[in-house]
Ligand binder design. Sequence first.
Ligand code: SF4
Ligand code: SF4
Length: 253
Amino acid sequence: MKKDWKSPRSREQVTAQIPEEYQRRDAETQNRRELTFLLQEAAFSDHIPIYCAIDLTRLSDEERAMFDGFRFTPRGAVVLGQTIRDMFLYAEQDIPGNKGFRPVTAAQLIAENYLMEYREKLEIQGYQTEIIAPEAIPDPTLSAMLAASHKGYAGRNGRFLAGAYGCRVSAGIIVTDAPLMGGDYRFPDVDPADSPCRSCRKCIDACPAGALTGTSFVREKCVNYRNDPAHYSSPGTHTRLKCMACMTACPAE
Ligand code: SF4
Ligand code: SF4
């Protein structure tokens, strides 16, 4: 996540944030550290703006329950994504593939590439993985999983509000049975009680489909609205600019 250069953190603050169990010298902890740093250093050298590892064993029961139901027992997760400043990256385009055209945004493709690349890094070391890639439309389930990183919030618009970036990000998650050190010690964790959604409902008011209620997202209403040709423009062949009002209305940064 983005570093806040205005409020540099002291060595004491950073050290206080690192759980003691990560500082042990046994072989298992050493392996956990090495794997985590390998991923982290790769993400930093690839200049990936949204990166954070999650140690699922340190989550609350409620957070941990979001990671049930995989074909393996997950122990860690890796959040990866791109910041999006140009809304054109959310233009839906028909990309040709093996099974014909696939409607997808550039924002999704960037995040998918990160996720596939880092899945390979884990699988090559013998770990199992599953990817949950972002879509252009809200995904409250994914955004709650991303918020388990404690580096952002699950927004009322069904999108992940990344700490210093707001919801103009395209981020997904790799769930894995690899043991990882959680956190990103460059930045303090956020408190869900400080969510910018506390006193805001701009996304709910902005949604022309009535798909957001503040506590739920009616996917069908959103999809039907966005896919109605009366509700999108086509700046070029195979390109459509569809509704992203719940993102553009969000003041969180
Ligand atoms: S528009 Fe307001 S309520 Fe909606 S996600 Fe953004 S901050 Fe939260
Ligand atoms: S504002 Fe648009 S993209 Fe967001 S939920 Fe409503 S219809 Fe879907």
